[in-house]
Design a binder for this molecule. Structure first.
Ligand SMILES: [Cu+2]
Length: 188
């Protein structure tokens, strides 16, 4: 009888080990921090001809803020920004600003990411498209620099340094957006 118990315990231990190994794999896969994963690909990675002019982040002590700038695509094909990460927050989203049925402004995730046309630009501006910082893990003071990593549709990545600035216009939109968190992912 002791035999059986021991074997069962061994089996459980082995199972736990293999599960843990799986978990490690996926964790390092999604973690994907500052490592540039696309640098072994062909010379035509979407990141290669991509720059951001005057990137900046709105100063804030806590909670939500956003990253702005001009996305510039110098390649002969459209480039799509599909996600963004930064060490100032666990979560960033690509947002667009839209008019609600009641005439107010709201923000929502941009379906399909930001498409920057071949040889063209795409503006990220207050009141328009932006990279949404969902929950700051530290205060951002004017003059600081924040490292942002953009990921493109082909998995190539581009790092940029955004300057923290005080923003004085259109505050209502951000207040409005902040209250929207209770219904994020909701239909309206
Ligand atoms: Cu937003």
């Amino acid at each position: 009888m002791h035999h059986r118990t021991f074997a069962a315990a061994l089996g459980a231990a082995a199972l736990t080990l293999s599960l843990a190994a799986c978990g490690d794999d996926s964790a390092s896969g999604t973690g994907g921090n500052a490592v540039v994963s696309g640098d072994s690909s062909a010379a035509t990675a979407q990141a290669d001809f991509f720059t951001v002019t005057d990137p900046w982040v709105r100063a804030a002590d806590e909670g939500m803020t956003a990253v702005f700038g001009t996305l510039v695509n110098d390649s002969p094909q459209d480039v799509t920004v599909v996600s963004a990460t930064s060490d100032i927050t666990a979560e960033m989203e690509l947002h667009e600003t839209v008019q609600n049925d009641d005439g107010g402004m709201g923000m929502q995730a941009k379906d399909g990411g930001f498409v920057v046309p071949a040889g063209g630009t795409h503006e990220l501006t207050p009141g328009g498209d932006h990279l949404m910082v969902m929950d700051l893990n530290r205060a951002l003071k004017p003059g600081e620099t924040v490292r942002i990593t953009l990921t493109f549709a082909d998995d190539s990545t581009k790092e940029l340094d955004a300057t923290v600035k005080t923003f004085t216009g259109a505050e209502e939109e951000y207040q409005g957006g902040a209250t929207d968190t209770s219904e994020s992912d909701g239909s309206e």
